[in-house]
Design a protein around this ligand. Structure first.
Ligand code: NOJ
Length: 737
């Protein structure tokens, strides 16, 4: 053992020394190249355009540092040749693309990936995406999106990991590792880009691009942690956000980009704007014109301009006029060149043009995508264990999402091809005798014309499976909604199926948490699948047939009504928390006294709580938690909390439970969240099996930014839960000295 450890130490030292030598070497190469560059060439490196062949002259003249949205390897090689062989210094281009949840093989949308609570699987998905995208010549993706999202009206909840900072960290880091692999210079390494820095998900009212008002403490406690963790994990690039925080658009916020990112966190990667977010500071009323926006952006710490053309048009004049220093330009260009050297682009600028088609949709990629789709589906309701459906039984399959190959890929599936998509309708035949009656051509369709035919057909079936939800276009960037009920006549369709008296299973395929509590009254079971991607159909069919067992958990609270938004489980405690005695609209007596309803925090129509809490998800079995103990009830700040408990599978099927650990800091120098997720683990148990489980939580993980804006663990009383969701379980008390 000792010998092995010693050998490992030597290997670690060798790796460490060579990494250090490599980075010294890179820094030297950056300096040497920088010395040779004219001001125009430096500014050219800071310019990113959405073009390939059309930009070939500008590329040959050294006026472009990066391109986006070109994925044809032949075109990529052609423009790369222009950069490497025609431009004066031969600096290769960075080729980028939004590869958000897969390139050709599409995985579930990121909120679906978060529902798996399975970072290893998410890392595998990102690796698959990198292998497929880099085979086309794309070496930089604009992912992961780390924006905490507490409002499902915001369409981009589809693209993130939901409302919880801890889950956000686990998912973000997994993606960074998957995209980038172990060696940046490996041709399958795709640089990650953590975005959108920062607070973009806090858009007021959930309306995309809207203003935000986030205190510095909330930034540090809630919105920053995943960025910091991903940067520590090696994320090579970062994107600024469109929004302002407290009046400062991120692209012009030097406190964010210099003080926090560079000085506090030591980031030595590259900062890119979001699409024209430099130019959009004019619309914000924060810059006079594009020249002013350019000056503000570069001075704030932006390295590369995505699509405003301001840098290429105005930076030179700004330097000549003394409004921008050449040292500031040099610092930005260093960050860009460092990335290009790190990715080995100078040694290896071209891609093998035959590779892309060879690796796309490889069987192991499809298998990983299917596993992700299985693990991401969340069972929300299963009255009388109607699921799984008996194999070989006759089922009526209907609804707009049953056979919608394009729609089930979800938002940001630019390069996924619908002919490779397996829909539920295609896959269900392997398990059931399927009667298909199409109803509603898309999710917004209001025509009930085919409902009667479906009702008639249901008579011949043992059960009805209705596929409803949202088309891809209804979520994602710029696609906010103020009403989160099912669109079109989908609720009517569910009700019509209910009238048949047959068991009704609803499968929701959507881009965000919808408000479906009322629909739940009209069906027996609900399986929720955030747009599941290429292999969604097979995954859902396996789940419905019981070949696979649901294990997904909600990464966002599911609301009763959109009017409850924003609602998130880890909210700060109010001074008048609701104690469960809500008087709702119909129960209020006439002329009730002003204060007779109790004066606590709830809505008169929807009450206090959401429909379903964060972390919720059923299985085809049941789990019991017991014997929860902590080894000590009084701990020092340097201790670990040793948590012990038993988990029993009390049902009849082997299944996986996502065990969740929550903590509450009872009294703080500032108001603390009512609960915070601090750990989770996936545990698989056979029927009747009990496992004794342990988890070591460092007390240091209880730190937060306190009243004095210091990151500390404050001594005092805490509570800890181990449970299957954020609303269950009985807490244990402990004290930190
Ligand atoms: C705008 C989006 O906000 C960002 O996430 C994306 O990466 C860029 N466009 C590039 O397409």
């Amino acid at each position: 053992m000792k010998i092995r450890r010693f050998a490992m130490l030597i290997v670690a030292m060798a790796v460490g020394t060579s990494a250090m030598a490599q980075s010294l070497d890179i820094d030297q190469r950056v300096e040497e190249l920088l010395q040779k560059m004219t001001l125009e060439e430096k500014i050219g490196q800071m310019n990113q355009v959405s073009a390939g062949y059309q930009a070939i002259d500008a590329i040959s003249n050294g006026q472009v540092g990066s391109i986006l949205n070109v994925v044809d390897p032949v075109e990529i090689n052609a423009v790369q040749r222009a950069a490497v062989e025609k431009s004066r210094l031969g600096i290769p281009l960075l080729v980028s693309r939004d590869v958000i949840h897969g390139f050709r093989t599409i995985f579930p949308i990121p909120i679906g990936l978060a529902s798996t609570f399975d970072p290893a699987l998410v890392e595998r998905g990102a690796r698959v995406a990198a292998i497929e995208a880099t085979a086309s010549g794309v070496r930089w993706t604009f992912s992961p999106m780390l924006d905490i999202a507490r409002d499902p009206r915001w369409g981009r909840v589809a693209e993130g990991s939901g409302e919880d900072p801890y889950l956000d960290i686990q998912m973000g880091v997994a993606m960074v590792k998957g995209y980038q692999g172990d060696n940046f210079a490996d041709p399958t390494c795709m640089a990650a880009c953590v975005k959108h820095f920062v607070g973009y998900g806090a858009a007021e009212g959930g309306r995309d691009y809207n203003t935000t008002m986030i205190s510095e403490r909330a930034l540090r406690n809630v919105y920053f942690p995943a960025f910091k963790a991903c940067i520590e994990a090696g994320a090579l690039t970062l994107m600024t956000s469109f929004n302002d925080v407290d009046g400062l658009p991120s692209t012009g916020n030097d406190w964010l980009l210099r003080n926090v990112l560079r000085e506090e966190w030591g980031f030595d990667g590259m900062v890119v704007t979001d699409w024209n977010s430099s130019g959009e500071m004019i619309a914000h009323g924060f810059a006079d014109d594009l020249k002013d926006a350019t000056k503000i952006s570069i001075n704030a710490g932006v390295d590369m301009d995505m699509m405003s053309y301001g840098f290429i048009q105005h930076a030179k004049a700004l330097v000549e006029e003394g409004k921008l220093s050449e040292q500031t330009i040099d610092a930005a260009v260093r960050n860009i060149l460092r990335l290009k050297f790190r990715l080995g682009l100078f040694e290896n600028p071209y891609v093998d043009e035959s590779l892309a088609r060879k690796v796309a949709y490889a069987p192991e990629h499809l298998a990983a995508a299917k596993q992700a789709a299985i693990e991401s589906a969340i069972l929300l309701q299963n009255n009388d264990n109607v699921l799984p459906l008996a194999k070989g039984s006759t089922i009526l399959v209907t609804g707009p999402m049953a056979d919608a190959p394009y729609e089930q890929l979800g938002t940001w599936a630019f390069d996924g091809e619908e002919q490779h998509t397996v829909t539920p309708l295609k896959a269900l035949g392997a398990h059931f005798n399927v009667i298909n009656v199409p109803t509603l051509t898309h999710s917004r369709d209001k025509s009930t014309a085919n409902f009667k035919g479906a009702v008639r057909a249901a008579k011949k079936a043992d059960a009805v499976v209705v596929f409803v939800g949202e088309e891809a276009i209804l979520s994602g960037e710029a696609h906010s909604l103020s009403d989160l009920d099912l669109q079109g006549a989908q609720s009517e369709l569910i009700a019509a199926m209910r009238s048949t008296g047959k068991p009704v299973v609803v499968v929701v395929i959507a881009g965000r948490p919808l408000t479906i509590e009322q629909d739940a009254n009209n069906c027996d079971a609900i399986l929720y699948s955030f747009h599941p991607g290429t292999m969604g159909g097979e995954a859902l069919a396996d789940l419905l047939a019981g070949v696979a067992v649901p294990s997904g958990k909600l990464p966002m609270t599911f609301l009763r009504d959109a009017g409850q938004a924003p609602f998130y489980y880890n909210h700060p405690m109010t001074g008048r928390p609701n104690n469960g005695s809500e008087t709702l609209l119909n129960d209020i007596p006439m002329k009730a006294g002003q204060t007779s309803l109790g004066c606590t925090s709830y809505y008169l129509d929807t009450g206090y709580g959401p429909w379903l809490p964060f972390g919720y998800g059923l299985s085809y079995t049941t789990f019991e938690y017991s014997n929860l103990t902590l080894d000590k009830s009084v701990l020092n700040k340097s201790d670990y909390i040793h948590i012990d408990f038993d988990l029993t599978n009390t049902g009849e099927r082997e299944a996986t439970e996502v065990v969740q650990i929550y903590v509450r800091d009872l009294v703080g120098s500032v108001v603390r969240p009512v609960k915070e997720l601090k750990g989770f683990m996936r545990v698989t148990l056979k029927p009747g099996e009990t496992k004794h489980l342990m988890y070591d939580l460092p007390v240091s993980d209880l730190a937060f930014w306190n009243r004095d804006m210091e990151y500390v663990v404050e001594p005092g009383k805490f509570q800890l839960w181990v449970a299957g969701d954020s609303a269950s379980g009985e807490p244990l008390d402990f004290i930190v000295k």
